[in-house]
Design a protein around this ligand. Structure first.
Ligand code: BES
Ligand code: MN
Ligand code: ZN
Length: 502
């Protein structure tokens, strides 16, 4: 997508469509009495206000979020059309909402065959923040997963102009960075979207290698022999059952001038298909388990963004990629495995495989020098029970690291919610014959999974993101297609940038 930044007045922008944000300025008391919304374009531009005034004052609109109206030949504007997009209540409107409106604008216009538009930044959001949100949001909305449909329309936005007022250089920088993030998010979504026959561990490794070569990152893909040789017994226990060779993808970003420490280690779960193994899953819905590599794909996308944004901090990206299959070679419930760290694991359920591969990934990242760890994984159905589809689960052994992450998360406009990791939960994964078991019984399943990982992060400050409920949109929304969401990528990119600055 070509992105242009314009600081001229929105009325003077020549474009197929000018998008303007409409907010409801009615006081709460008025709203309660069911009185009409008081709708106004959130812009200081008088011509844009005027072009929309008649419709907004007509009483025909409800002003609820994502209400959409398209007017042709708007009087007083150089734009061919004006798209009025409601953002709801003016007092609650934030860059978070703006990002989603931008996605909705892209989806509305491209479905009409329009490939080029301008978005007038609303005046209630700080200009640079607005530019970022608009560019990121349009990228999110521009993605459609229907690659294998013969009737794929391939309608997309090719050209976006962000109209904002302020320091042009600063606005351009914000838009440029947002473009890198947005493209990287869609790069990750493309990987996640592929079915398991087209996204084997080997192919995931090749895609990572190709990306790394393009952006100047070091990348190594270690195969089954190396995984066994390094005594990654937990990772291998999952990989051993599959005919598809496992891949340990290691990407390194080591910019000149970066301090020796910290070194951030990003570890992703890369299960390219999760049948459950011998503890096999029911057939109903199993097809979804092609996205069990979403955490891994996200880390590959984050590495891409970092390589292009060039913060001065060392980052290691790692993906533990394998299928989880039943076979004559597959591990069985009750098997005991020795992880790379030396800890012994009783495998109660072969379907709790994500924590097994991550156990060795986290340990190896530390061995390679990571001083801080983040993992992302579609780890548990239990996190969906706890938080539903709206929030990803966050777990950590470090309040300080969490504070930094929360800041980044807020900036990125992704919803996540912290869940506890008290020592009490450790009881649930105690084993009679080994150091720990890989399941913790019925209750608090997302937490006991995180407790398992904590045994391998040990004292290293670490954040675990359980994205099982958020990595895949079960339904389309005005701002995003049904399919892979690319959750966590933006938060992690912001997090790395924050680490550089503080
Ligand atoms: N990949 C699944 C978790 C998952 C569930 C991802 C729903 C996306 C959507 C994971 O490997 C798994 O099977 N977890 C088990 C753990 C259980 C056996 C302790 C689960 O959540 O049922
Ligand atoms: Mn599983
Ligand atoms: Zn899984």
């Amino acid at each position: 997508m070509k992105i242009t930044l314009s600081t001229s007045s929105p009325a003077n922008v020549e474009t197929e469509a000018l998008v303007a944000v409409v907010l409801d300025y009615a006081e709460p008391a008025q709203a309660k009495n069911n009185s009409k919304p008081q709708l106004k374009v959130d812009s200081s531009d008088a011509a844009v206000q005027a072009a929309a005034a008649e419709l907004l004052g007509s009483g025909e609109l409800n002003g609820k979020p994502f209400e959409t109206n398209l007017l042709h030949k708007p009087a007083g504007l150089k734009a061919k059309r004006i798209l009025l997009l409601s953002g709801g209540n003016a007092r609650k409107f934030k860059s978070y909402d703006l990002r989603r409106l931008a996605g909705a604008a892209a989806r509305t216009l491209k479905s009409r065959g329009i490939r080029s538009f301008a978005f007038a930044a609303p005046s209630s959001v700080a200009a640079e923040e607005a530019a970022r949100a608009i560019v990121e949001g349009v990228h999110v909305g521009n993605f459609d997963p229907d690659y294998y449909r013969s009737d794929r329309k391939d309608q997309k936005i090719d050209d976006l102009t962000v109209v904002a007022s302020g320091d042009k250089a600063a606005l351009e920088k914000a838009a440029h960075e947002a473009q890198i993030t947005g493209e990287s998010q869609n790069f990750a979504r493309d990987l996640i979207n592929e079915p398991s026959n087209r996204m084997t561990p080997t192919i995931l490794g090749e895609r990572a290698k190709k990306m790394c070569a393009e952006v100047g990152l070091k990348c190594e893909v270690l195969g089954p022999e190396k995984i066994k040789e390094m005594k990654m017994g937990a990772f291998w226990s999952v990989a051993q059952g599959s005919d598809e060779p496992a891949a340990l993808i290691v990407m390194k970003y080591e910019p000149a001038g970066a301090p020796e420490k910290p070194v951030l280690g990003l570890v992703g779960k890369g299960i390219t298909f999760d049948t459950g193994g011998i503890s096999i899953k029911p057939a109903d819905g199993m097809e979804k388990m092609k996205y069990d590599m979403a955490g891994g794909a996200t880390m590959i996308g984050v590495m891409r963004a970092i390589a292009l944004l060039k913060p001065k901090i060392k980052v290691i990206g790692m993906v533990c990629a394998t299928e989880n299959m039943p076979s004559g070679k597959a591990q069985k419930p009750g098997d005991v495995q020795i992880a790379m760290s030396g800890k012994s694991i009783e495998v109660i359920n072969t379907d709790a495989e994500g924590r097994l591969v991550l156990a060795d990934g986290l340990h190896y990242a530390k061995q390679l020098g990571a001083t801080h760890l983040v993992d992302a994984a579609t780890l548990t159905g239990a996190v969906v029970v706890a938080l539903g589809y709206a929030n990803a689960g966050v777990f950590t052994n470090s309040d300080e690291m969490y504070e930094r992450f929360q800041r980044a998360n807020e900036k990125a406009g992704e919803k996540m919610w912290r869940l506890p990791l008290d020592d009490e939960y450790k009881e649930q994964i105690r084993s009679n014959i080994a150091d720990i078991m890989n399941t913790g019984g019925r209750w608090g399943g997302a937490i006991t999974a995180a407790m398992f990982l904590k045994e391998f992060a040990e004292e290293t400050p670490w954040i675990h993101l359980d994205i099982a409920g958020t990595a895949w949109m079960e339904e389309q929304k005005p701002w995003i297609a049904k399919g892979p969401s690319g959750i966590a990528l933006r938060s992690l990119v912001e997090f790395v940038k924050d680490f550089e600055q503080n």
